[in-house]
Write a new protein. Structure first.
Length: 90
């Protein structure tokens, strides 16, 4: 396995958003980047099962990429939802 880690853009949450039960592309990207950072920290510190952590990290990275790709093409992701995260063309 390569030591090089892909770079994921840090996503800022819109704290003024009052609809806290709406999972937007931006919110899902923010949650995934936070979780990936926690998992990388656990891997670096030797916490938990390394194989399980690496598998979880790979799944999250894949989901993150799908989220970014879909945000670029999803017509419902613009306008009212106003996605402003990685891959955004707005």
């Amino acid at each position: 396995m390569s030591d090089a880690q892909p770079q994921f853009e840090v996503v800022q949450r819109n704290e003024e958003d009052e609809d806290h039960d709406l999972l937007t592309y931006n919110e899902s990207a923010a949650r995934m980047t936070e979780e990936m950072a926690l998992i990388r920290g656990a891997i670096e510190s030797g916490e938990g099962d390394a194989e399980t952590l690496h598998a979880r990290l790979a799944l999250l990275e894949s989901a993150y990429e799908r989220n970014v790709t879909r945000s670029k093409t999803d017509v419902n992701g613009s306008g009212f939802l106003a996605y402003e995260g990685p891959g955004s063309t707005l």
